[in-house]
Design a protein around this ligand. Structure first.
Ligand code: PMV
Length: 354
């Protein structure tokens, strides 16, 4: 069977950073996170599954992934994780072709849309997955086995998505691996139609310091940052709830302030890691400061950064032009600025990639 899925990326406003040490292998997080599903930035993936001895062939953006490449490690880990819970996958030869549509000039790496599209296409292509095909919760768990952030790109309604940690790290001993896995999934809190006043602006900031992959970075933070667990408790108990409330009650200023707070929380946790991790460069900081200045009289925009120097800016449609001009002043190239909106989740298509 062959199936093709187009899945969007997502941008976290309350970040995922750190796996539960007891369930690290299956990417159960230490705290819940919150994201917007992003329109325009997508991965298209075709999966073909044929009965036979297990085998995987993977082509990403036109390049065949060979065993020694770092991408192969992620793909193997994903499939091995799935096989633990769905052993019938051992009886399939799988061919995967995956392509990102991200504008050439932009370096928006995204394991989120990648593993979400892979998981969704896989359950369509393998007949034994029939029971979970239309179960967003189960498919989001499956995508989580490939990459944490991919969990949030699965819910079909998209919009504002909450990824529940599922297991409180303090009581991890109560669960076995299967139970822990089944408790941690994502679902839509607010549908995209209700979030169309928001504008999401992606920027491409020149890469400065050598990039530490999020997987290695968060592991190091959990192991060495002395205040990490305080941050986890604070965000889980306060910032997450406040941010959801702000969105539900349309409290713009509170939402934007919390988005910046959450981003700064993540990057201060990175700085407090030993050895220290710095993802932001001078241009990132220039963008932060110019947004803060722009907000002087009234908070109208917010920045957020993931494990890299590229800023993502949130604002409202009526200020989009002003904010883009401000970014253009810093980046001096329109190609480095892409505005989009909150979007829907993945969808199937008959336009197969092979
Ligand atoms: O699952 P990963 O390795 O893509 O983790 C991503 C972590 C951040 O992007 C930094 C934050 C987040 O919640 O997306």
């Amino acid at each position: 069977m062959k199936a093709t899925v187009i899945a969007p990326t997502n941008i976290a406003i309350i970040k995922y950073w750190g796996k539960n040490p007891t369930f690290e292998n299956i990417h159960v997080p230490n705290k819940s996170s919150l994201s917007f599903t992003v329109q325009k930035l997508t991965t298209t993936t075709t999966v073909e599954a044929e009965r036979g001895e297990f085998e995987i062939e993977f082509t990403l953006n036109g390049k065949k992934i060979t065993a020694e490449m770092k991408e192969a490690k992620y793909v193997f880990k994903f499939l091995n994780n799935i096989k633990k819970f769905y052993p019938f996958l051992n009886n399939y030869k799988i061919k995967v072709v995956s392509e990102n549509n991200f504008p050439t000039a932009a370096g928006y790496a995204s394991s989120a849309s990648g593993f979400a599209a892979f998981a969704r296409a896989l359950v369509e292509a393998v007949p034994e997955f029939e029971d979970i095909r239309n179960d967003d919760k189960k498919v989001s768990i499956l995508a989580r086995l490939g990459s944490g952030s991919a969990t949030r790109s699965v819910p079909s309604k998209g919009g504002l998505v909450l990824w529940k940690r599922g297991v409180d790290p303090e009581t991890s001993y109560l669960y076995d691996e299967k139970e822990a896995s089944e408790r941690s999934y994502a679902y839509t809190l607010i549908e995209p139609e209700k979030l169309q006043d928001l504008s999401i602006i992606y920027t491409k900031v020149n890469e400065g310091a050598k990039k530490i992959k999020s997987r290695a970075g968060m592991k190091s933070t959990v192991q060495t940052n002395p205040v990490y667990w305080n941050w986890i408790r604070y965000e889980e108990a306060h910032l997450l709830k406040e941010t959801i409330d702000a969105l539900q009650n349309n409290e713009r200023e509170k939402l934007l302030n919390n988005i910046m707070k959450a981003s700064n929380g993540l990057h201060s946790m990175c700085l407090y890691t030993q050895p220290s991790i710095t993802y932001l460069n001078d241009t990132s900081k220039l963008i932060m400061h110019s947004i803060e200045e722009y907000n002087n009289d009234e908070v109208k925009a917010a920045y957020t950064f993931d494990a890299g120097p590229n800023a993502v800016i949130f604002t409202y449609k009526e200020y989009e032009k002003e904010v883009k001009d401000l970014l253009l002043n810093i980046l001096e190239d329109e190609q480095k600025i892409l505005s989009t909106s909150v979007g829907e989740g993945p969808r199937k298509t008959d336009n197969h990639l092979f």
